[in-house]
Structure formats: structure tokens, C-alpha cells
Design a protein around this ligand. Structure first.
Ligand SMILES: [Zn+2]
Length: 245
């Protein structure tokens, strides 16, 4: 008989399965994203169900099954209370979990990705309630660019994607499809391209992107940037994510 395995895991999602069971997807430190069967979680007495709520950080025990492996035991490490009781925090946490569910591959260990998600949830948990409304979008942009970079989509921020010349301050563009900056003359030469692929980008936005890739998530809360720039960044983030979907 195969042995059980243990790992730290963050619950991404839980859905009903058969009469009393659930299918639960996790992002784990040891095996990347996995989906397991959790037996009996819809029964009133289920102890497991309480631990398998989305966002929880748990010690998870996995037992091999005939078709699918199953979650045999879980102990809560962190339940992120302050996120669960604040709708704004919950919204941003939900976005993070959803992108992990949508984009990460199954059964591929990636510890930096695991710890990025954990850091994001911890940061959301610790941030003051009154700050999340203002800083939530900035924090999420920070998280999303770090996430995509770790997934292999690091944006090119130093040289033009087309002509490879160094990007100078002035009129520049961000190509959402290819993931990086384009200079003005290359943009002019590509006028026939679908416009939804390319956004104009301000010099300050370029600076923030460079800063984000080199610094930890927590630092996003220390910088103060104006609302217009946060909006520009949020639009770019959304577009960049959607092109990976
Ligand atoms: Zn160029």
C-alpha cells in the first residue's frame, strides 16, 4: 500500500461532489496545485469540512485513492480571520485564489509561488481595514506582476520588444500579448495590430513596474502613488492577466 503524504497547503476552492463529498483544490508547498477528494464533508458532523474552507492554510495529509487521491486529514495553521470578515479584503483574496486556480499547472512544485500566495494573504490579513480600499488595487497589481513573473511571463521593461533598443522616458507602450514595453516608432510601424493588445504607458508606471519586480509585496504598502497611476496600473494588470487566461 502506498504511503500517505504531508504538505502545507492553501485551500483554493471547494465544490460539491456526489452526495456527501467535495472536490477540493489546493496550492501546496510540496506538489504545486492538486485536486483531492474530501469524503463526507457535507455531513453535519464532518470535522474535515471546517478546515477545508477556501483560503485556509493547513497541514494536509493525502492518502492515495483508486481514482483520485483524497484529503485524509487537515490541521489549520492560519485561517485569515481579518480577511474573512472584511468584504474588501475578501474580494482581493478571492482574485488571488482565482488566478492561482486558473493559471497554475497541476502537480508541479513551485515553492516561490506557494510563498507568494501565502505572503499575499498574510499582507491582506494584516493591513488596516481603512487602508484596503485605497491600497487594495495597488497590492493586487504588485501580487499579479510577481505571480506572472514566477509563472514565466516576466515583462520586458528595459528594452523595446521589437527593436531591442533601450526604452527612454517619453511616449512608450505596453504590449499585453507579448508582455513588455514597445517604443514609439515600433508602435507606429504596427498600427494595423489590434489596439486592445497595446496600451500607452506613462513613465511613472514604468518606474512602478520596475520597482514591483524587485521588491517584496509588503513594500507596496509603503509607497504612496496617486490614484491616477494606481488606475493605470490596475488596467494594465487586468489586461496582462487576461491575455494569459
Ligand atoms: Zn522599438
Amino acid at each position: 500500500m502506498e504511503e500517505s503524504r504531508k504538505t502545507l497547503a492553501i485551500v483554493l476552492n471547494r465544490q460539491d461532489y456526489r452526495e456527501y463529498d467535495s472536490l477540493v483544490s489546493f496550492y501546496t508547498s510540496e506538489f504545486g496545485k492538486i485536486t483531492l477528494l474530501a469524503r463526507g464533508t457535507k455531513r453535519l458532523k464532518s470535522k474535515l469540512a471546517g478546515h477545508l474552507e477556501p483560503m485556509n492554510l493547513i497541514d494536509l495529509m493525502i492518502i492515495p485513492g483508486k481514482g483520485r487521491d483524497y484529503a485524509a486529514g487537515a490541521i489549520n495553521q492560519e485561517v485569515f480571520f481579518s480577511v474573512k470578515e472584511d468584504l474588501n479584503k475578501l474580494y482581493y483574496a478571492g482574485l488571488g485564489l482565482r488566478w492561482f486556480r486558473n493559471l497554475t499547472p497541476e502537480n508541479e512544485q513551485d515553492k516561490p509561488l506557494f510563498f507568494l500566495l501565502l505572503e499575499y494573504l498574510k499582507t491582506l490579513n494584516n493591513i488596516k481595514q481603512e487602508l484596503i480600499r485605497e491600497d487594495g488595487e495597488l497590492l493586487f497589481s504588485f501580487f499579479a506582476f510577481k505571480f506572472l513573473t514566477e509563472m514565466g511571463y516576466k515583462p520586458e521593461l528595459e528594452h523595446c520588444l521589437n527593436c531591442h533598443k533601450k526604452i527612454c522616458p517619453g511616449k512608450n507602450y505596453f504590449n499585453l500579448h507579448s508582455g513588455g514595453l514597445m517604443c514609439e516608432s515600433c508602435f507606429a510601424a504596427e498600427k494595423n495590430r489590434e489596439i486592445r493588445e497595446i496600451l500607452t504607458i506613462s513613465d511613472n508606471c514604468v518606474k512602478i513596474l520596475r520597482f514591483m519586480l524587485e521588491n517584496s509585496l509588503g513594500l507596496s504598502l509603503k509607497i504612496k502613488i496617486d490614484k491616477k497611476l494606481v488606475k493605470e496600473l490596475a488596467t494594465l494588470t487586468k489586461g496582462f492577466l487576461n491575455f494569459r487566461n
